[in-house]
Design a protein around this ligand. Structure first.
Ligand code: ADP
Length: 392
């Protein structure tokens, strides 16, 4: 298939969209509808001239917002719709052509992603109503990690919890890890290589990829496991929950809220979850910001070192996500914490690499890459591939 794909990423009160043309150098119409259902909804985006726009949407819900997005496509009709779906459980090992059976299977995995899958499904239902004749494909955040071997995806818990309740490690950010590892292979000519990838945005995860397959990753049953993130704690002692409940009388909801929304860079610094602000505060000697950056980088390095056990060797490391693409400071600190990896950072190039630009930042030896992620482009690619297979 060789035509535009409308990529939809539907949250509980937002819809991100991008119309991805088949030619990579053609511009994308893209934007974000937010505050849906609040009475103060709005649509922000970029039009075909590259100009930014904002449109008030008032009481709009997901269906109304999608209709407004359709108007903003300026007559460019997509040939297919690709949906980002957070959790595909064990059923979905790759993108799936959407039909009633697939929708029912996504509904069944909602227990594993109660905040995300119902919102994704709301967007899916609205899009199917608006575009009844367009093929729609679900692309799952978890699918790339379905290649994990059992020793990596099982928790050391009683077996019935896995067998009867699906309690295992799934991993997330799969679209991003898949894209940047493939891109690193293409750019370096190291096809089938052994890579570590670090997706560092508001959510953060690391991944070990060999021969194009994910062998282990830092996130688990939920996107809370693993490295410290903007507002998420990442790994804590599993005994913490019982301790907080017994000693402080905290409810499960409160514990969940604190670990997901008040922790990570924000909790450690007492200041912000925004890495730009933390770097500025660190430069003025702010102790909380300094500690937050220290812990953040140490945990990433530790996670990468742990994931290296999944690989037969190491060919290179890729940084992506808002922090990975932009923070020379974080990249340098992480690399310096991994002296046994034999990585040599080119500090000049690292300092000069800017957002939106791919760049190799090593000084020889094992590869170090900064690769801006393109989850929308990857969802469009997987949507096209799935439809080509279906039509073959
Ligand atoms: P999301 O996971 O929501 O898509 P992003 O991938 O955009 O988020 O990453 C957001 C993070 O990237 C924030 O912590 C932000 O401060 C950080 N970031 C963006 N630009 C810079 C920069 N120039 N320097 C350091 N950090 C940056």
């Amino acid at each position: 298939m060789n035509a535009s794909v409308l990529v939809i990423n539907c949250g509980s009160s937002s819809i991100k969209y991008a119309l991805v043309p088949s030619e990579p150098d053609q511009p994308r119409l893209a934007g974000l509808a937010e505050r849906l259902g609040s009475g103060d909804a709005r649509l922000k985006g970029i039009d075909s001239r590259g100009d930014a726009f904002t449109q008030a949407l008032g009481e709009a819900d997901h269906t109304h917002a999608l209709a407004a997005i359709l108007d903003r496509l300026e007559g460019n009709r997509p040939s297919a719709v690709g949906h980002r779906i957070v959790h595909g459980g064990e059923r979905f090992t790759r993108a799936a052509l959407i039909d009633d059976d697939v929708v029912a299977a996504i509904e069944r995995t909602s227990a594993l992603a109660p905040l995300h899958n119902p919102a994704n499904l709301a967007g899916l239902a609205a899009t199917r109503r608006l575009f009844p004749d367009l093929p729609q494909v679900a692309v799952f955040d978890t699918a790339f990690h379905q290649s994990l071997p059992e020793r990596a995806y099982r928790y050391a818990l009683p077996e019935p919890l896995y067998r009867d309740h699906g309690i295992r490690r799934y991993g997330f950010h799969g679209t991003s890890h898949a894209y940047v590892s493939r891109r690193a292979e293409a750019l370096s000519g190291l096809e089938g290589g052994a890579w570590l990838t670090a997706h560092l945005g508001n959510g953060c995860s690391t991944c070990a990829v060999w021969r194009g397959r994910s062998l282990d990753t830092s996130m688990g049953l939920t996107p809370l496991e693993g490295v410290a993130m903007g507002t998420r704690s990442g790994d804590v002692d599993p005994g913490l929950h019982a301790h907080l409940a017994r000693q402080l009388g905290w409810s499960l909801e409160r514990i969940d809220e604190v670990l997901n929304r008040d922790s990570g860079l924000l909790g450690l610094s007492g200041l912000t979850n925004d890495m730009r602000e933390l770097e500025a505060a660190e430069a003025t000697g702010h102790a909380g910001a300094t500690l937050a950056i220290e812990v953040f980088c140490y945990r990433i390095a530790k996670s990468l070192a742990a994931l290296s056990c999944a690989l037969p060797r190491l060919d290179g490391l890729v940084f992506t996500g808002g922090i990975g693409e932009n923070s020379a400071r974080v990249r340098e600190k992480v690399v310096l914490l991994l002296p046994h990896f034999g990585l040599q950072l080119n500090r000049t190039v690292n300092g000069e690499t800017i957002r939106g630009r791919e760049g190799r930042i090593d000084a020889g030896g094992r590869h170090l890459w900064v690769i801006p992620t393109d989850e929308e482009g990857q969802i469009a690619t997987e949507t096209r591939q799935r439809l080509d297979e279906a039509n073959a």
